[in-house]
Design a protein around this ligand. Structure first.
Ligand code: SF4
Length: 383
């Protein structure tokens, strides 16, 4: 019988398989990188070479290969979406997050009227794809509330509605799917179980395996898109990249009807002294290496970059692996419509602070097009 969930797969990779893969990355040479570049899609061994330091010697050729493949599979198009924060309540205590239980600020959960106000404002900007975000607090943000929010977004005109909330059961994901939910994003944060326990100090999120299997449950519930990723800056990014690639491969093989997208959140600032004491920063060069390698390994996966990254780097990566991005994001509930009792806390600082129009102009300047949704050719960019 095959391995049933990603927790089984990840367990089977511990020890020698993972150690050998890391050793291959360490000893990869320029010749290995050249061989990797000659194959489409790259092989598993090629992927390891592309993650290695040796890849930097051929980074321009790797970038061009990622750019060519992205254009071939997705056209010269960047799909734009927007996050809409519903609630800053959270009962977890993640060491890297501004919404953690220990953080002291005035918390807010939007009413349905307020959600509608936010949504209508974003629709006027042109957005048709929205990511609903909330901290994990079943009393403040129950599934019934999420169901209503999803149905509301669909009713007022969003075509693609996804959610980034605490992991749910298959049955709960099914309820959200019935309400119209198209996608779920659930980052593992770190695939390293020991580290995971160190940075998730309390609350339901401290259950490592429950989170590790969340994407399986999303697919089992029939949701058509699932987004995965890890938080860069917590652990050894190469080990995390191996886990992430195994995760995507597992989901692609086991749930062919569910499309898998990958995001690359990178931690830059965190509350308290977490970054000073524990973080393992990922450089721009390493981030580029990872994105190009993921594109060359998974030609058909949507690769997403958020406004956590600076504008110059985002522009460089648009079309070079990345084919989806947020723009004009705000990371506090009620922030778009300026809801009077909106909180004074945000989950993470936005670094690319350009307006959506400025991002669109930049995309156009790169010789690319932007769309608000890429699954309906009837909606073309407006300028
Ligand atoms: S990362 Fe998510 S679960 Fe953790 S404290 Fe922040 S909002 Fe809560």
């Amino acid at each position: 019988m095959g391995l049933t969930t990603f927790a089984d797969v990840w367990r089977s990779m511990q020890g020698a398989p993972l150690d050998n893969a890391l050793a291959s990355i360490d000893r990869a040479t320029d010749a290995d990188v050249a061989i990797a570049l000659a194959r489409r899609p790259v092989t598993g061994a090629g992927f390891l070479a592309l993650l290695s330091n040796a890849a930097d010697g051929r980074i321009d050729a790797i970038e061009q290969a990622a750019r060519d493949l992205t254009a071939q599979r997705f056209g010269r198009v960047i799909n734009l979406y927007i996050p809409l924060y519903l609630s800053s309540f959270c009962i977890n205590n993640c060491a890297y997050c501004g919404f953690g239980k220990e953080q002291n600020f005035r918390r807010v959960t939007l009413t349905l009227d307020q959600i509608q106000g936010e949504g209508e404002r974003l629709l006027k900007e042109g957005y048709r794809s929205v990511l609903l975000v909330a901290g994990e607090d079943p009393r403040e943000v129950p599934v019934a509330y999420l169901e209503q929010a999803v149905a509301l977004m669909k009713r007022i005109g969003f075509v693609f509605v996804s959610a980034e909330v605490g992991p749910l059961s298959v049955e709960e994901y099914r309820r959200l799917g019935d309400a119209g939910l198209d996608g779920v994003t659930v980052y593992q944060e770190t695939y390293d179980e020991t580290l995971y326990r160190q940075v998730h100090l309390s609350g339901p999120k401290s259950r490592f395996e429950h989170r590790l299997e969340a994407a399986d449950r999303v697919a089992q519930a029939g949701i058509r898109s699932v987004g995965v990723g890890f938080l860069m800056g917590l652990g050894d990014w190469r080990k995390e990249a191996l886990a992430l690639s195994a995760h995507v491969r597992h989901l692609n093989r086991r749930y062919w009807q569910t499309s898998v997208s990958v995001s690359f959140p990178r931690i830059k600032e965190a509350p308290g002294d977490f970054l000073r004491s524990q973080a393992r920063p990922v450089s721009d060069a390493e981030l580029k290496r990872l994105i190009f390698a993921m594109r060359l390994l998974f030609p058909d996966s949507v690769l997403t970059l958020s406004t956590r990254e600076p504008s110059a780097l985002r522009d460089r990566l648009f079309g070079a692996g990345i084919n989806q991005a947020s723009a004009g994001s705000k990371t506090a509930p009620g922030a778009y419509a300026g809801t009077p009792d909106a909180d004074d806390g945000e989950q993470f600082p936005v670094v690319d602070e350009r307006t959506p129009q400025e991002v669109m102009a930049a995309i156009k300047g790169l010789g690319l097009e932007w769309v608000f949704k890429d699954w309906d050719s009837s909606l073309r960019p407006v300028s």
